[in-house]
Write a protein that binds this ligand. Structure first.
Ligand code: PMP
Length: 428
């Protein structure tokens, strides 16, 4: 069970006011707030054990190095990777995808080779491939979606050709909330001998993830969306792939030996961690993962699912509202049984067929106007294209409002959102 009132006490910012109203923070898809435990871990490390990692023989440096490697182990356990050497610390999802795009394309792709992405990708899973298209002449192919925001799996299968070298798709859409059938996506790609990168930015904070059960070749996420600080994230890669790929950036720590004639590279994962890593961020990420683990990812998934269902029910009664993405529980039954990941079974059991993200528009009120007025009531929602402009084009809109929930959100806050929307709508 999730005791939300108890959890909220760990997040001082939730007790603040905005324009005289209690803050209702519903922008968790963009970033989450941080619990005391995470903030204190950062302060403690700087006050008591700060030193650069890896290169020192002195006590503090060894303690800091141990903490970094323990954090890597915490991440490994959290996403159920086989080995800590398969966990690369990055700045976040964006850097993880850029790393794969750059190293994979350099090594594995030639002009005319193809990468498959989907219509619902975040720009950070579109533009890195477009850069490679410009640089190397690779071709980007796109899986289409239904009007409800569900991937067309038959069309996906048809995209494969002998030139397909990689599939890169999001686990959960940051706009539609769609939970994609990633097991199925991966199985189909593997049947064609093609590896898969999964963007887990919107899944890791909200549901249990097992990269081995999924059989993902690469999987990435951002710390700041899972109650950790900004500037730290993760790329998981199967050892066979990470071993095979060339380094992404060059500098200290990623080398074996260096001479002006010849340089060798370090073992995994250090080959991909050039320069001083964000070791304090890594500690804080591990503390954040311990924090959500204590609540239980299954409990978090169940709680957020019921909150999202409640919100969908309440919001759908607002006159003139248009909600994007899968809204009907019956859509779950359209999902092929095979496509339901074991790691998602508990979520499916609790009827979550979508993540805790609700994008909407009301009448012909501009999303920016409504977002600005909701803000005046203390309600923080995101407005705009959500870094998914191609998806906006597909939906035939410029942007939406988006409410996205975290472990500390309550039904009362959903009620505040609903009455805020009604109040703002009445002003137009
Ligand atoms: N992918 C998805 C699905 C996202 O929601 C986001 C963040 N909005 C990103 C990638 C990029 O994450 P970051 O900015 O933390 O690198």
């Amino acid at each position: 069970m999730v005791n939300v009132q108890y959890i909220r006490q760990d997040f001082p910012i939730l007790g603040t006011t905005v324009y005289g109203h209690p803050l209702v923070y519903l922008d968790n898809g963009a970033t989450t707030q941080k619990p005391r435990q995470v903030v204190e871990a950062i302060t403690n490390q700087y006050y008591t054990t700060n030193a650069n990692v890896h290169r020192g023989v002195h006590h503090l440096s060894m303690v800091a190095t141990d903490m970094l490697e323990q954090s890597r182990e915490t991440v490994r356990q959290f996403i159920h990777a086989g080995s800590a050497s398969e966990i690369v610390f990055t700045r976040g999802t964006t850097e993880s995808i850029n790393l794969v795009a750059s190293s994979f394309c350099q090594q594995e792709m030639r002009g005319g080779d193809e990468v498959i992405i989907s219509t619902m990708e975040h720009h950070s899973n579109i533009v890195p491939w477009q850069l490679q298209a410009q640089r190397k002449g690779i071709v980007v192919k796109v899986i289409p979606i239904t009007d409800d925001g569900i991937l067309l799996m038959d069309e996906y299968e048809k995209l494969f050709t002998p030139k397909t070298k990689l599939v890169s798709v999001t686990h959960v859409s940051n706009v539609l909330g769609t939970v994609n059938p990633v097991s199925n996506i991966i199985r189909i790609a593997h049947d064609h001998g093609v590896p898969v990168l999964i963007d887990g930015a919107q899944s890791v904070p909200h549901m249990p993830v097992d990269v081995q059960v999924l059989d993902a070749d690469f999987y990435c996420f951002s710390g700041h969306k899972v109650y950790a600080p900004t500037g730290i994230g993760v790329l998981y890669g199967k050892r066979e792939w990470l071993d095979r790929l060339p380094p992404y950036q060059a500098g200290g720590e990623m080398i074996g030996t260096v001479s002006f004639e010849h340089t060798t590279f370090n073992q995994l994962p250090y080959k991909f961690e050039a320069g001083t890593p964000n070791y304090v961020g890594a500690t804080a990420l591990a503390v954040a993962l311990d924090y959500v683990n204590q609540i239980g990812m299954e409990n978090i998934a169940a709680y957020e699912s019921s909150l999202t269902q409640y919100a969908l029910g309440q919001m759908s009664q607002i006159p003139g509202i248009r909600i994007f993405g899968p809204t009907s529980p019956s859509l779950t039954s359209q999902v092929d049984k095979d496509s339901i990941d074991k790691s998602q079974l508990s979520i499916v059991n609790c009827k979550l067929h979508r993540g805790s993200v609700i994008s909407f528009l009301v009448g012909n009120i501009h999303h920016l106007d409504m977002g600005t007025l909701l803000d005046r009531l203390g309600i923080a929602v995101r407005t705009g294209h959500h870094c998914a402009e191609p998806l906006m084009h597909r939906l035939g809109i410029e942007g939406t409002l988006r409410a996205s929930f975290g472990i500390y959100n309550t039904r009362e806050e959903v009620d505040a959102l609903v009455s805020g929307i009604k109040r703002v709508a009445n002003m137009f």
